[in-house]
Design a protein around this ligand. Sequence first.
Ligand SMILES: C[S@@+](CC[C@H](N)C(=O)[O-])C[C@H]1O[C@@H](n2cnc3c(N)ncnc32)[C@H](O)[C@@H]1O
Length: 222
Amino acid sequence: MTKDSQTDKLKKVKKMYSFWGRFPSLYSAQDIITFLGRAKTIRSLAVKKMGLKRGDKTLEVACGSGRNFPYLVDAIGKDGFILGFDYSQEMLDASKQLSKQNEWSNIKLIQGDATQLKITEKNFDGVVSILGISAIPDWEKALERCHDVLRFEGKLVVCDARLFTGFLKFLNPLIKVIYSKFAAWDPSKNIPEKMKEIFGNVELENLNFGTFFIAVSVKKER
Ligand SMILES: C[S@@+](CC[C@H](N)C(=O)[O-])C[C@H]1O[C@@H](n2cnc3c(N)ncnc32)[C@H](O)[C@@H]1O
């Protein structure tokens, strides 16, 4: 991808999520459709697959309005640490508000492009991205950066959506138009394959009639 087209795509992401960030309840409501009513189950399963322990240090890439924070906080407890990273300041403002309401004091939020992931913290015990990688224009670089900031044996968990296969395939053109226009979703990215290339391993679980997957890679010596 050329630098120009990437910059254009990032501008689009910024505009789109500036809207969602100002209406976080609306964003949460669309979860019902996106996850076919199984948002809690799938989000909590993705976090469970990180294998976190109390006191662990975690990073959520493209954390958005903080929809996964409850599961992360549950896993790491009060002594753990969560870094939420997102390109949209408005989405981060919504997640700040959520953290305040819940009195979560161990969450730090940083605005930036995940392709560069300018953070000082390293050696995370786990990194997660839910519906994030598919929205990041230069997603392959972002996955590389996730690998860089993990500790040895730390896990990257990516949970994302896919198009229908089988008899509901006829809905795909419509789904593609809606979700690319309103969520910057690009289902053509083969995320698990790229994770395998970077990490040398990936474990995949398909959910919701194949419209969701959770991919887990473990950082090994390269
Ligand atoms: C569909 S939302 C997912 C939010 C959240 N992870 C969730 O589970 O609800 C996609 C998020 O990706 C973020 N995003 C897109 N491109 C990004 C980039 N280059 N760097 C960081 N975040 C990005 C958007 O700002 C948005 O908050």
